[in-house]
Design a protein around this ligand. Structure first.
Ligand code: 5GP
Length: 219
C-alpha cells in the first residue's frame, strides 16, 4: 500500500507496519515507548478512542480522545484503517498519517488489539510485521496492572478476565516475545524490527543500487 521513500542507508524502501499486541499489563506500552525513543525512522500511530482519558495521558499524543458521534463519523467517512470495540469503548487507527509515513519510507508502530491486527493483515499483509507480547505468568500480569494504578479494582478484574481470551490469538502473530525482563524483551523486539527492515521485498531501491554498483565496477 505504500510507494517508497529513502531508507536509512540511502536505498529506497517501503515503510512497514510494526504491530505490538498483548493483554494489558504485559509491558507493551513500555516497549512501544522504548522503541520510539531508540529506533530512528519509527513513529507511533496515534489511535482515536472513545474511552475517557487516564491521568497523565495527553490528547493527540497518547490518543485522539473523541466522543461516540465523532468516532461514528470517522467510521462512516472511511477515515480509519481499522477499528474495534475493546472493553466497551471504540478504538481505531486514522489512515492518513499512516499512509503518509509509509510512502515516505517511515515505519509505523501500532499498539492495537488482535481485531485491529487481523484487519491490517487483510488490507496490507506484505507491509505488516506483528509481535505478540506475553507476560511470564498470571501473577506477574496482575501485579503490573495493580502497580500501574491507573484503573479501579473493577476495571482490573475485567482486564484480567479478558487477558486469557486475548492471549488465545497468539498464533495469528509473526513473532512471540515473553516479557520476563523489560530490557531483554526490548532487545528482542528491536532485533525483529532491525531484521524486518532488511527484507529484500521492502527495499524497493535495491535493483537501482546494485545496478549502479555494477556500473562502477565495470568502468
Ligand atoms: P487502553 O485502553 O488500555 O489504552 O487500550 C486497550 C486496548 O485497546 C489495548 O489492547 C490496545 O492495544 C487496544 N487499542 C488501542 N488503540 C487501538 C486501535 O486503534 N485499534 C485497535 N483495534 N485496538 C486498539
Amino acid at each position: 500500500m505504500s510507494s517508497g521513500g529513502h531508507g536509512f542507508d540511502g536505498v529506497e524502501r517501503r515503510g512497514l507496519m510494526f504491530v505490538l499486541s498483548s493483554p494489558s499489563g504485559a509491558g507493551k506500552t513500555t516497549l512501544s515507548r522504548l522503541l520510539i525513543e531508540r529506533m530512528p525512522g519509527l513513529r507511533m500511530s496515534v489511535s482515536a478512542t472513545t474511552r475517557p482519558k487516564r491521568p497523565g495521558e495527553v490528547d493527540g499524543r497518547d490518543y485522539l480522545f473523541v466522543d461516540k458521534s465523532r468516532f461514528e463519523q470517522m467510521v462512516g467517512q472511511n477515515e480509519l484503517l481499522e477499528w474495534a470495540t475493546v472493553f466497551d469503548n471504540r478504538y481505531g487507527t486514522p489512515s492518513a498519517p499512516v499512509e503518509a509515513a509509509l510512502s515516505a519510507g517511515q515505519d509505523v508502530l501500532f499498539d492495537i488489539d488482535w481485531q485491529g491486527t487481523q484487519q491490517l493483515r487483510e488490507k496490507a499483509r506484505a507491509d505488516v510485521v506483528s509481535v505478540f507480547i506475553l507476560p511470564p505468568s498470571a501473577a506477574d500480569l496482575e501485579k503490573r496492572l495493580h502497580t500501574r494504578a491507573q484503573d479501579s479494582d473493577e476495571v482490573i478484574r475485567g482486564r484480567m478476565s479478558r487477558a486469557s481470551h486475548e492471549m488465545s490469538h497468539w498464533a495469528e502473530y509473526d513473532y512471540i516475545v515473553i516479557n520476563h525482563d523489560i530490557d531483554e524483551a526490548f532487545a528482542e523486539v528491536q532485533s525483529i524490527l532491525k531484521a524486518e527492515r532488511l527484507r529484500r521485498e521492502r527495499r524497493t531501491g535495491l535493483t537501482t543500487f546494485v545496478r549502479k554498483l555494477q556500473q562502477q565496477l565495470e568502468k
